[in-house]
Design a protein around this ligand. Structure first.
Ligand SMILES: [Zn+2]
Ligand SMILES: [Zn+2]
Ligand SMILES: [Zn+2]
Length: 117
């Protein structure tokens, strides 16, 4: 099974070749990093819950819900759910419903639920 970079969506034949090459989309300025979610997709954005058929389309599009003002970032848990908030433990059947609702346990003021892996 090929491997995908979670920042740029680029595909490599194996993890080793992915990890030794540099990635221009990595915010930490380093090499590609392994996407550890389900590589068959769908690929969901961890900030807005939007679904894409391939990881590359997800990461190259900007996300209005990303607090850092950047592109969508992939959710690495099971894309079929259930989705559980890492702050309060509340469970949702779809990721979009989870991320659009505000969470009283989120340490950021006015923050929303955020999924665990
Ligand atoms: Zn990359
Ligand atoms: Zn998004
Ligand atoms: Zn929550």
């Amino acid at each position: 099974m090929s491997e995908l970079c979670k920042y740029c969506g680029r595909e490599y034949r194996d993890a080793r070749s992915l990890l030794i090459n540099s990635c221009s989309a990595n915010p930490n300025g380093r090499n590609h990093e392994l996407f550890e979610g389900d590589k068959n997709g769908p690929f969901l954005c961890v900030h807005c819950g939007r679904a894409y058929r391939d990881l590359r389309s997800l990461v190259i599009n900007s996300c209005s819900s990303n607090p850092n003002g950047r592109n969508h970032e992939p959710f690495e848990g099971n894309p079929n759910g259930p989705f559980v908030c890492k702050f309060c433990g509340r469970e949702y059947r779809d990721l979009r419903s989870l991320v659009i609702n505000s969470c009283s346990r989120n340490p950021e003021r006015g923050g929303h639920h955020s999924p665990t892996r």
